[in-house]
Design a protein around this ligand. Structure first.
Ligand SMILES: [Zn+2]
Length: 413
């Protein structure tokens, strides 16, 4: 084997880097006292680098690379430090059939470029390993012994949601889940303010002491422009601590939240106009940014229409309709049913548009209305018979949010 040993050694360094990212951070086992772990975190930071880590010219070393889209296996193995002569026999290993773009591969390679062992984690949570046995290689694939810890982090928004989550070491996947969970109440493209805060409790999956990926958000708090929203995961959804469903019939933003489309700059784009002047909201975003249906509905129109350019009009239940204009691409056909969050097209600048942007209208009984002035109906709350169980479940998580909120306030002051 030989591969897990070095992993364990490097684990301390990885943990240091992760823990050092922000003071308001703790990984906690599901129940112990979080206060205790916060103080233990700071003692880990003070650990000196062990002397053996500084020893020169090791017999072998560990290299880690991400297999990229467009990589050939041969080129990738060379990048991992495997010598020319080893590449061909190694590439014949069946184990590599499981390798996909985006996977991280760790390889232990001798100073002469001989592979000692190599491993990667698949998206099915299996660990694939290739190891040397004399002059041969041996492959194996087994269920990865992942374990899950609960992480709690909090941070303050200075420029964008992603900058804030980066600064706190919060994975992208968690930031995207936050935008989703609170997407019925907050338009993350337009509403975010400097000084907004959030705290999040989420699962983090580990393998051999190393964080490998984030899991579900268990609870979160978001304070936007002075207003605080809280969410607790329960069953298949997210609910406020009082049991109200956070999912709304309409999402606040027709644009998917992503690194590319996020940021305060969006609001200051020169083509942005007051809603009153032109009966809609303009979202400046790069051409090709995904446009999604804000609610369940039926496609009433999909095609070219004068100044709108390529436009999709959705009819929703009741008197509601939504309009998405200047699209570069239309992904739906007239008469089709769409569900909330389905892709209906992509941002463009067709029709009367001076730059790539989405013109979005919300209509009630044929009249354009400002969606932010309309109270959106919610999905069903926690069922009466589950309410007691929900309250017990929520209480522990809300306690953690309270703790994190206190830590954040202390940092800001
Ligand atoms: Zn417009």
């Amino acid at each position: 084997m030989g591969i897990l040993g070095p992993f364990a050694r490097s684990a301390a360094v990885v943990v240091l880097a992760v823990f050092g990212a922000v003071a308001a951070f703790a990984t906690i086992a599901p129940s112990p006292d979080a206060q205790f772990l916060l103080s233990r975190t700071s003692s880990i930071e003070a650990l000196p680098i062990p002397a053996e880590a500084l020893l020169p010219s090791p017999a072998s070393y560990i290299r880690e690379e991400r297999f990229q889209r467009g990589d050939t296996l041969a080129a990738f193995l060379l990048r991992l430090g495997v010598s020319d002569g080893e590449v061909a026999p190694l590439a014949r290993q069946r184990a590599f059939q499981a390798l996909r773009p985006g996977y991280n591969v760790a390889a232990e390679v001798s100073a002469e470029g001989r592979l000692v062992a190599l491993s990667f984690l698949t998206s099915r949570d299996t660990l694939v390993q290739v190891s040397r046995e004399g002059e041969e290689f041996r492959s194996s694939e087994e269920r990865a012994a992942l374990y899950t810890q609960v992480a709690m982090k909090s941070t303050v928004v200075q420029t964008s949601l992603f900058a804030a989550s980066d600064a706190a070491g919060i994975p992208d996947g968690v930031a995207m889940q936050l935008a989703d969970i609170f997407g019925g109440d907050i338009d993350f493209h337009r509403d975010l303010r400097k000084g907004d805060q959030f705290a999040v409790v989420y699962e983090m999956h580990y393998l051999g002491g190393r964080p490998v990926r984030a899991g579900r958000v268990l609870a979160a708090e978001f304070t936007n422009n002075g207003k605080t929203f809280r969410a607790v995961h329960f069953g298949n959804g997210y609910y406020a601590p009082d049991g109200k469903n956070l999912r709304k019939a309409f999402m606040r933003s027709p644009l998917e939240f992503s690194r590319v489309s996020s940021g305060f700059g969006m609001r200051r784009h020169p083509i942005a106009q007051a809603w009153r002047q032109h009966q809609g909201i303009d979202y400046a975003a790069p051409t090709g940014t995904r446009v999604r249906a804000v609610g369940d509905g039926v496609v009433e129109y999909a095609g070219l229409k004068g100044g709108y350019g390529n436009v999709v009009i959705l009819r929703h239940h009741g008197q509601y309709a939504t309009v998405y204009a200047h699209l570069s691409r239309i992904a739906v056909r007239k008469g089709a049913r769409v569900a909330q969050n389905d892709t209906i097209g992509a941002v463009g600048q067709t029709g009367w548009a001076t730059g790539p942007h989405l013109h979005y209208e919300f209509r009630v009984a044929g009249q354009a209305r400002n969606p932010f002035s309309i109270a959106m109906p919610s999905a069903l709350p926690v069922a009466q018979q589950d309410l007691l169980a929900f309250r017990n479940h929520a209480a522990a998580l809300v306690e953690r949010l309270d703790l994190m909120a206190n830590v954040t306030v202390a940092q800001v002051q």
